[in-house]
Design a protein around this ligand. Sequence first.
Ligand code: GLN
Ligand code: ZN
Length: 755
Amino acid sequence: MSHNYVIGFPRIGEQRELKKVLEKFWAKETDFAEVERVASELRARHWHYQKEAGIDFIASNDFSLYDNMLDTAVMLGAIPARFKGLENEELYFAMARGNKDAVAMEMTKWFNTNYHYIVPELSKEDNYVLNASKIIGEYKEAKAQGIRTKINLIGPITFLGLSKRVDRGDTYEFFGKILPLYEQLIKEISTLDETVTVQIDEPIFVKDVESKVLSLIKPCYDALCHAADNVKIIVTTYFEHSNEASKVLVHTPVWGIGLDFLYGDKNLQSLEQIANNGKYLIAGIVDGRNIWKNDIEASLALLDTISYKIDKSRIIVSTSCSLLHTPFTLRYEEKMDPEIKNWLSYAVEKLDEINLISKSFFGEKLNEEERSALEANQKANQSRRISSRIHDETVQQRVAGLTKLQRDGKYEERIKIQHEALAYKPLATTTIGSFPQTPEVRQARRNYKNGIINETEYINEMKAYIDECIAFQETCGLEILVHGEPERNDMVEYFGEQLKGYGFSQNGWVQSYGSRCVKPPFIYGDISRPKPMTVDWITYAQSKTKKIMKGMLTGPVTILNWSFVRDDLPRSEVSKQIAIAICDEVKDLQEAGIKVIQVDEAAFKEGYPLRSENVPTYESWAVRDFKIAVSSANKETQIHTHMCYSEFNDIIRTIEAMDADVISIETARSGNELLKIFAEVGYKQEVGPGVYDIHSPRIPSVEEIVEQIRKLLEVLPKEQLWINPDCGLKTRKWEEVKPSLENMVKAVQIVRDEL
Ligand code: GLN
Ligand code: ZN
C-alpha cells in the first residue's frame, strides 16, 4: 500500500538548467532539441530524487517548459486567433512571450503565491480538440525509467475559473464544451496501464466559492470518474480550506481528496464526511511554500488528530501544495551560517521529511540513518525554539510595551500645517523614487560587494549618481525631489540586508514565471534595526538642493509579503516588528531635517487573503502596522505612500484608514476610470495618479499628458492632486526618463495656466 505523496516538484532545475537552456534557445543560440534534452534530463533527475527518498506517489505532467495553465490551454486547443498558423514550440512560446506579429497572452498571479500563470483566452469561435501527447509522453517516459507516476492535471473548473473570454462573457458557459475533452483525456489515460492515478488540481475551490461553481462539481466529477473504471481520480486543493467543495466531492466517485492542513486548517471540518464516504485523504502537512524544516513531532500530532476521524489505512501523507514554490536544495548553500541552515529545508530535503513522517506515522521500521535523521530533526526544531538569534528579548519587550500606535493630529489639521511648511502648489510634481539603474550603477554595487572597490570609492560613485540625479530634477523643474535609489538592488532586499533577523540564500531560487526566478530573503528571527538604514544617503541628497527631498522607505507589509516568513510567529506579529524598525527610521530621517517621507506599500494588496472571511483580520493588522511605521512622524512631516496598481474599489476605505497624507498610484493605462472611486467615497487625502506608463520605453508627449491631467481634474479637484509617473523609473533608460519627465513638467505648467 502506498502511503506518501508529493503534489508536484519544481522544474527549473537545481542550477536553473531549464532557465538557461530556454533563454539560450530564445536567443537563437541553441536549438529546440537541446531544450528537450535538458528538459528530459531534469524530469528524470527529479523523479529519481523522489523515488530514492521513498515517495510513493510521484507526479508526471507537473513539468512544463513555461507554465501548466498554458499547457492545459494547448492540450484543449484553446489557441487565440492571433496565433493561428503557428505550430509546436513556435506556437507555444509565441503564446507565452509574444512574437513580432502578436502580443503575448496575459500573465497573472497564481492565487496568493508569487508564481504567475498564463491566462487562457477563450472565445465562442474556438473549436476545442484534445491533444494529450505531452501527458501521455511524460507518463511513458517515467514508466520506461521504472516509475509509475500519478498524472497531474489542472481541473476543468479551475481552468475555466482562471481563464478569460475575449468577449468578456462568463467562461463557465464553456463548461459543456470543455468537459467532454477531459472525459476523452481520462479514457486515453486509462489505456496506459492496468490502473492509473490522476491528480486533478482544483485550487479554485479555496476561494469564496459561488454556488454556480459549486453546482458544476458533481456533474464534472461524476462524468470524469465514469469515463474509465481503471483511473483513480484524486481532487486536490491547496492554500486554504475547501470545505464547501469537499461536501460535494464526497458524493462523487472520486478515489481521494487532497487537502492542505497548513494554510487551510479548517479542512479538519471535512474529515468526517470524507471518512463516511470512504474516500482516501491526501493530507497536506509538509509546507510546500516555505523553507522551514518540518517539525516532525508536530506533524505526527496533526496526523493523529486526523486519524481520530479517518482510518489510518485511508490516509496518505503529502506536501501541502506543489513544491514549485520552494527552492530546490540546500546542497549549494555554502555560505550560509550553519546554525541557520540547519533550520531550513528546500524541496529535496522536504522529500526526506515526507518519508520520515509517513514511516513514523504508519509504524514502519526506521533504519539507522532514518533514526538519526529523526533525532536531528527534533534537535533542529528544539534549537529554533530557544536560539538567541531568533528570540530577541529587547524586541519582544518593545512590541509588548508599544503604546504609540499612530501619529499625532488628524489629517485635516496635519495637511494645513504641511501646506504652510512645504508651500507646494496644486498639481505638485514628484517621482516615485528610483531613477534609471544604469549598468555602471549595478557594476559599482557588485564591485563593492565583491571587494573590488572599497567603501569610500563606492560611496563616491553613489554620490556622483545622486548629484546628477538631483541636477537633472532641478533643471527639469520637478518640485519634490528624490535621491534616485542607486544604492538599492531591490526595495525589500535593501532593507532586509540591514535588519537583524533577516537571512539570504545563495541558491534559493523560486520560479516566478516562465524562465524567471526570484530569490526572496527570509525572516528567521525577531526583527530589529541595528542602525539607521537610509539617513546618510537622504541627508546627503538634501544637502545638495534647496528643494524638498523626499525620503524613501519600504513599508512593513511589503517587506513581509516579499519575503519567506518565519512560521513560529503569526505574520501579524512579524509585521509589527518590522513596523517598529521602520518607525525608528522615520524618526531619524525627520530629526535629520527630512520633511517628506514616502513609505512604499507596493505589495499591500497582494497580501490579501484568498477568502473574504479572513479579510477583516488582514486589513486590521496591515493598516495598524503601516500606521505604527509612520507613528513617529510629526504633524508637519508629510507621509507619502505608493501602491503599484489602482483597482481600489474594494479596499478604498482601508487605504484611507492608512491615513497617509499623499498616496501615489498607477493609473496611466486606465485614464481617469480607476480614480473615480476616490471621488465617489469622498476620499480625503491627497492623491498622485500616475500620468504616464513607465513599463513602456515610449516617451509620452506633452499633449497627451495635458490630456491625462485634464481627465484627472474631472474627477478630483486640483488641490487634492499630485502629478507623477505610474511607478519607479529604475527599469527605464535615462534617454527615456529625461524627455518623459520634462514633458510631464511642461504639461503641468500648461494646465496650471489654464486654471
Ligand atoms: N520607490 C520604489 C521605486 O521607485 C517603488 C517601487 C515599486 O513601487 N515597486 O523603485
Ligand atoms: Zn510602483
